[in-house]
Write a protein that binds this ligand. Sequence first.
Ligand code: WTA
Length: 637
Amino acid sequence: MSNYHIKHLEEYFQVYRKSVTNPELFWEEIAEERFLWRKKWDRVLSWDFEKPDIRWYEGAKLNITENCIDRHLLPIGDKTALIWEPNDPSEAAQYLSYRELARRVNKMANILKKLGIRKGDRVCIYLPMIPELAIAVLACARIGAIHSVVFAGFSSVALATRIQDSSCKMLITSDGSYRGNKTIDLKGIADEALKSCPSIENVLLVKRIGSEVQLQSGRDHWLTEFWEEAAEECTPELMEAEDPLFILYTSGSTGKPKGMVHTTAGYMVYTAYTFRNVFQYKDEDIHWCTADIGWITGHSYIVYGPLLNGATTVMFEGVPNYPDFGRFWEIVDKHRVTQFYTAPTAIRSLAKESLDYVNKYSLSSLKILGTVGEPINEEAWHWYNDNIGKGRCPIVDTWWQTETGGILISPIPWSTPNIPTYATLPLPGVQPALLDDEGHELKGNNVQGKLCLKYPWPGIARTIWGDHQRFKDTYFSTFKNMYFTGDGALRNDVGYYRITGRVDDVIIVSGHNLGTAPIEDAINEHPAVAESAIVGFPHDIKGNALYGFVTLKESGESRDHNNLKKEINQTIAEKIGSIAKLDKILFASGLPKTRSGKIMRRILRKIATGDYADLGDISTLLNPEVVEEIIEKSKEV
Ligand code: WTA
């Protein structure tokens, strides 16, 4: 039996048992099975959740890019590593073989060195979803520089904060980017940010849209200036297992963004292993994760996980609704995608549209569907299953976080029987615990509590850049000897986990704990509803009452809104109980969302309490304009 690739449920249970009875042996065998180590580890794991201090494969030496690229050159050098699909479908897609990827990564790595970048330096990458983004990430890893990718939809303020926090020495960006029918002046945004970023010595510019840009002499350089003469060989820097690989910022519930630090060996082993199993990867597969590389999902399941397995990975520059709502399905058809991995918010937005957009294309290549980023509601799950998977593709509802590096809880296709809205079972090596508010672990099944992990896995973040105390306070201080995820979950009668949402979204109404996710699920089942978000607001008798922010499908817009409100509450009463009925309902044209598609409940909570003064920074929202609309309407509700 190979630990590395689980093929049926019984095998899962065997492997899982082994992984928790002897985790070190388990992860040692995994690490020995596939990777290129320049020196083996002295010790598999040492850890202390109090400090916290977590080390995997200490003493080992390696370079992750040798594992992502060089290792594949001999056996599969001509295989396509990367398929790049442009924003505009009339532009040609690009296909980069492993050999070509090696050539470009090495050239880029040599250019970074020429511009003074050395092991341990931080390089900020602010690029659209073009091949150079993946190449820049790998080039940093090649020379031991720490990449910090900032999503190219972030504002100049957000970019500057991130550059400053980790004192990046270089910025890699482009003249601009395409997103649907918009072009974005990335260089202009970067220039604005760099006014307050003295640590940046050089800016490397990729040409994408061909706009006129102002170059600051001595600081700004076109990549093409160096490209031709850059050597195609670049000796990989020998890295220690625990050398940082990258920093990725994630927003906390308070304060400035947290620069999560991931290190080399553990992250490598974990993303490779989870990719292999959750997506049941086979050599001929074409894997498409629709995330942006600016998020952890893109880091782990567009770049590192697939390449570590010698897979073909698709990178898409555009958006799901350009030139029309069929774009995702067109791409699946065009590239014969086998694994399709996206977010529930994307599914819901496409499910609102006519099925003609789906049915125009052949989705017969698909084998596995995935979701990530938020709880998937039942209606969206069924739409995905019925119309995209045609009832024949397992859906992996993968739960994880920026902090966890890779997927922690997920079905294994064809092994784990699915139940919609359940992330199901922990992957091997993952030891979840549910805790009550007093910190007692809830044993057995049919329990609900705060989701923690009681044992480290190789992909766990090691610290917050420059603020280890905050790392400790945020994740390791709520409960003793536990990593606290900030999420709530329940474990049902067969031991399956269902993520109920952030615990800060739990609302206590008349003494009853109500999770927002199941109520939202219920509302979303109403045929006129597109999307909803529930928050609590203070209520004299109940303690808290519920406020629902709802967007309607076109069919709902034309209906009498008072009747709709009654029907929505009726639906909730039916699905959950009268206790969960909403006291207030506001219909809006959209809900405020982060760039990664998460609903900003924090803003809705403030509006629900009539506190319009301090909504915080809304400039990084995907759709700041809806906030104004919601404020106005809330005055009438
Ligand atoms: C939520 C994304 C329910 C959760 C990889 C987590 C999910 C946060 C799921 C992390 C899922 C992610 N079901 N909730 N399958 N996946 N989440 O850091 O609240 O962007 O804590 O990482 O998203 O978001 P992040």
